[in-house]
Design a protein around this ligand. Structure first.
Ligand code: NAP
Length: 261
């Protein structure tokens, strides 16, 4: 998009969100930062040069928070970029996972972005050109043990992205999916990091992920996953799913060794 961005970004204060916001700063005329913690949102706001920066602190799975975002976006004259980036994870065998946590994962990673999109769509459609970018995950292509509920939420988010893009193909709104691999943020507990090290999984810095995001934003690809090895694995998973079944099956003892307690 050549015009200046008018942005709503959820998970703005997180590892990846914060770096994306910093890179959008010089390209934006309005940024609405959404997150759970006011202090970290305020700290981020202080670093920005964009004149119109607003903060909404609250849980996006709650209707009143989404209503607040919509009212503010409307009051400020609309938005042309929605980045659904907030997310949570939990590293457990599905059978042992707390059902409340399973619901939270689906609420925050899937239902909240769907409902926030639903609420902001009229504003986005008013713009000559607008984008919705959903932050998914490589686990939105490859179901991974220990992350079953999380994988389900990110697969769901990808399905939502694809269907909505097709539904909106005769409008000014594009809908796209950005899929990081493991990234060094607070999202990953120390045991997840240890598992990734033992498995030899690459872990990106949030700065690198945000650079990739900006590159994705400036092009028209519908989806982007980070990492050549991971992208190849996604391809194989699509055409010969038995092969990843075998490879990931061999990793299962290591996955089980580091589970959350
Ligand atoms: N890190 C990875 O390895 C990785 C890999 C692939 C995909 N991703 C995806 O990338 C996105 C960003 O992850 P990250 O690594 O930056 O994680 P992070 O550092 O943990 O940040 C998560 C962000 O989401 C916000 N958030 C969480 N629950 C929320 C809720 N209910 N309502 C509003 N905001 C909420 C957090 O707010 P507070 O900071 O205020 O708590 C924080 O800003 C997520 O969608 C994640 O699934 C991450």
């Amino acid at each position: 998009m050549s015009q200046y961005y008018k942005v709503v970004i959820t998970g703005a204060s997180g590892g990846i969100g914060r770096e994306i916001v910093k890179r959008l700063d010089k390209k934006a005329e309005l940024i609405i930062l959404v997150g759970l913690t006011k202090d970290s949102l305020n700290d981020l706001k202080k670093e920005l040069q964009t004149k119109r920066v607003f903060i909404i602190e609250g849980d996006i799975s709650e209707l009143h928070v989404r209503d607040q975002i919509k009212s503010l976006a409307k009051q400020e004259g609309g938005i042309n970029l929605l980045i659904n980036n907030a997310g949570i994870s939990d590293y457990f065998m599905f059978e042992d996972q707390d059902p409340k946590v399973i619901m939270d994962i689906l609420d925050i990673n899937l239902k909240a972005p769907m409902l926030l999109t639903h609420s902001l769509l009229p504003l986005l459609k008013n713009e000559p050109k607008a984008e919705i970018i959903n932050t998914g995950s490589i686990f939105g292509y490859i179901g991974y043990p220990g992350f079953t509920a999380y994988s389900a939420s990110k697969f769901g988010l990808r399905g939502f992205t694809q269907a909505l893009r097709r539904e909106l193909s005769d409008t000014s709104v594009n809908v796209r999916y950005f899929a990081p691999r493991a990234t060094k943020t607070n999202f990953n507990t120390s045991n997840i990091t240890e598992m990734n090290i033992e498995l030899g999984n690459a872990m990106d810095s949030p700065e690198k992920v945000a650079d990739k995001f900006m590159n994705f934003l400036s092009h028209n690809k519908f989806e982007m996953s980070i990492g050549l090895k991971e992208s190849f694995f996604v391809f194989i998973n699509k055409i010969f799913p038995k092969l990843p079944d075998i490879a990931i099956g061999k990793q299962l003892p290591i996955v089980k060794k580091y589970l959350n307690k």
